[in-house]
Ligand binder design. Structure first.
Ligand SMILES: Nc1ncnc2c1ncn2[C@@H]1O[C@H](COP(=O)(O)OP(=O)(O)OP(=O)(O)O)[C@@H](O)[C@H]1O
Ligand SMILES: [Mg+2]
Length: 320
């Protein structure tokens, strides 16, 4: 998948919210890409744009989303909704932070998964239910035939997330987008669910786009990472490279503010200030009000994305 200069804006009474403002990124087959950044920087809206699920009054106002599969290559922003419905949940699936919002509370787990299956594949309902149980097994739910009969409220948070993942992979998607899939879970369950996602990705040779604000999770799960700030990607590269040699002052700050077990810190380092109001962006670099390396140039013109090393790109005037 290749996203080129994506712009998704919300036209509100307060003005235009530039939730996604010129995002470009690419994910190869079987690759895991992490999308990280602070709350409100546009991660979910980037994912929703790809899924064709931008909520009103939001709208994709520019850019292209090229998705290639089975020898076809299409710009998802240009295809009719009917075709998009087949892509969504069929070729590209998404799991969300809060599974309860996306599970139907009055439907048994197996029926929900079966529903997703019959929506995209021509199989009878009985067969779909049988496959649903297989999928529950695939996401390592113990005694799947019993759990299949449960309603969502009868499951723990971790099990619900597994059920949602089962639904998401029911049609063998080429790309799985996981938006903060473990944020609502406690740490042990979080690790198990992440491990599951990693294993499924490998087994099914899916591409994965993992959205999180936890750099530790990215290090553990992803091949490459895109760091997002105020609607833009500010740095992109191989995970090891970015952790070893972060270039953008924001990425450096993010890494410094991550707690590590090896290095116990008395006080947690924070990045001063907050994400700018996306309706009222400052001219020049968006990070400059919080940046310690700021120069006059940063106040005037937004820095372009430059490649500092093969595959490592950064948008900052310190690197030209
Ligand atoms: N319905 C809406 N109307 C106006 N603005 C919106 C709407 N939904 C989202 N936004 C704005 O879009 C921006 C990006 O939101 P988004 O949900 O993508 O952030 P995020 O990076 O996923 O944050 P989080 O980590 O908290 O999930 C935010 O600044 C938000 O205020
Ligand atoms: Mg979000």
């Amino acid at each position: 998948m290749e996203v080129l200069d994506l712009n998704t804006h919300f036209h509100t009474l307060r003005g235009t919210v530039r939730a996604v403002d010129g995002v470009s990124l690419a994910i190869q087959k079987g690759e895991a890409l992490g999308l990280v950044g602070e709350s409100g920087c546009g991660k979910t809206m980037t994912a929703f744009s790809i899924m064709g699920l931008v909520p009103s009054p939001g709208k994709i106002v520019g850019g292209e989303i090229w998705f290639s599969h089975d020898n076809s290559r299409k710009d998802l922003t240009k295809i009719p909704e009917e075709e998009m419905r087949k892509v969504r949940g069929g070729k590209i699936s998404m799991v969300f932070q809060d599974p309860m919002t996306y599970l139907n509370p009055v439907m048994r787990i197996c029926d929900q998964i079966a529903e997703a299956i019959v929506l995209h594949q021509e199989v009878p309902r009985n067969e779909a239910r049988r496959r649903a149980i297989e999928l529950l097994e695939k996401v390592r739910i113990p005694i799947p035939s019993t759990v299949a009969q449960y309603y969502p409220h009868e499951l723990s948070g971790g099990m619900r997330q597994r059920a949602l993942i089962a639904t998401a992979i029911s049609c063998n998607p080429d790309l799985l987008i996981a938006d903060e899939p473990t944020t609502a879970l406690d740490v042990t369950v979080q690790a198990q669910v992440l491990e599951l996602i990693k294993q499924l990705k490998r087994e099914m040779n899916m591409a994965l786009m993992l959205i999180t604000h936890d750099l530790g999770i990215v290090a553990d799960t992803c091949d490459r990472v895109c760091v997002m700030y105020a609607g833009r990607i500010v740095e992109e590269g191989d995970v090891y490279e970015i952790y070893r040699e972060p270039r953008h002052p924001y990425t450096i700050g993010l890494l410094k503010s991550t707690l590590s077990i090896d290095e116990f810190k008395e006080t947690l380092v924070t990045i001063e200030g907050t994400v700018p109001d996306l309706t009222n962006l400052p001219p020049g670099c968006r990070f400059r009000p919080r940046c310690s390396e700021v120069t006059d140039r940063c106040r005037e013109t937004a820095p372009p994305m430059v490649e500092v090393k093969k595959g490592h790109k950064v948008s900052c005037w310190l690197y030209e």
